[in-house]
Design a protein around this ligand. Structure first.
Ligand SMILES: Nc1ncnc2c1ncn2[C@@H]1O[C@H](COP(=O)(O)OP(=O)(O)OP(=O)(O)O)[C@@H](O)[C@H]1O
Ligand SMILES: [Mg+2]
Length: 265
């Protein structure tokens, strides 16, 4: 799939085949959890994978990968070396500045940071570079969507209308600048009672289904609520690495297969 964004002054990242943004207008719906596990799942298929954490104000990737105290090496040519973990090349503002200094950044500083992520990080040859976006549709998201030659965007949404309202804004932003929407991941769809298997709806079902029908945006997968996923975030080992045979890891492996097939089309 070729990048199709006519407004951007994009220069492709040399050696990187597909760049996919993981977005949602709403915070806390699971973008970083999905990004981390999808990256590991893709890497386990033998692909070369990078993951760029663009959440400048609240980077999660260092913690999700158990790499919070690591600092990237800088080559003699001044290029930033990604952190290698579980066969995924990682970059995050969390590796570059201390936790409190980025929170005051606005406009030019933000753009500079994103520009550095794209141009000054030695990503090397990659099949997939995933970009974990912050919530919302502000400067960071728009800059990425316009400056980076995205193959497409994945969006993460929980079932209720409160999330859908914000996700619609994110989708609208990508559509306006002609970034293909690869599909939606419904996260925390339900919680399966471990003894009875009964599905408990944690969030009220909203109008997500009718919205998807109307817009023809495919739902790629439904991810239930797994306590193991929440725990894995704290421990810093994504389930796809720690428990690759678990049901939850298998769903991410399935999602990786779906994404690969879509991008190779
Ligand atoms: N399917 C799931 N089952 C259980 N816990 C989950 C699931 N998905 C996400 N979580 C948990 O929900 C919390 C929020 O997830 P995460 O940080 O991935 O969301 P986010 O959309 O990236 O948030 P932000 O908007 O702040 O960047 C985390 O504690 C994570 O472990
Ligand atoms: Mg996040």
């Amino acid at each position: 799939m070729q990048p199709q964004n006519p407004f951007s002054q994009q220069s492709p990242i040399p050696g990187v085949k597909h760049i996919v943004a993981i977005a949602s207008g709403k915070g806390g719906v699971g973008k970083s959890t999905v990004s981390a596990n999808l990256a590991v799942a893709l890497a386990k298929t033998g692909s070369k994978v990078g993951l760029l954490d663009c959440d400048i104000y609240g980077p999660s990737i260092p913690r999700l990968f158990g790499t919070i105290n690591q600092k990237p090496a800088i080559s003699e040519a001044g290029r930033i070396q990604p952190i290698d973990r579980y066969n995924v090349r990682l970059m995050s503002i969390g590796y570059l500045v201390d936790e409190n200094s980025a929170v005051v950044w606005r406009g030019p500083m933000l753009f500079k940071a994103i520009d550095q992520f794209i141009k000054d990080v030695e990503w090397g040859e990659l099949d997939y570079l995933l970009i974990d976006l912050p919530p919302g549709t502000g400067d960071v998201q728009l800059t990425i969507a316009q400056k980076v030659p995205l193959s497409g965007a994945l969006t993460v949404c929980t079932p209720q209308n409160l999330a859908l309202i914000d996700v619609k804004k994110a989708l609208d932003m990508f559509m306006r600048i002609n970034v293909p929407i690869l599909g939606l991941i419904e996260n925390m769809s339900y919680f399966a009672n471990p003894t009875t298997g009964e599905k408990i709806q944690m969030f009220p079902k909203g109008e997500l289904e009718s919205f998807l029908d109307r817009t023809k945006i495919p739902k790629l997968i439904e991810l239930p609520f797994y306590t193991t996923l929440a725990k894995a975030s704290e421990v810093g080992i994504p389930v796809c690495e720690g428990t690759p045979d678990s049901d939850e890891a298998k769903l991410f492996q399935q999602l990786a297969g779906i994404l690969k097939a879509k991008l190779e089309k």
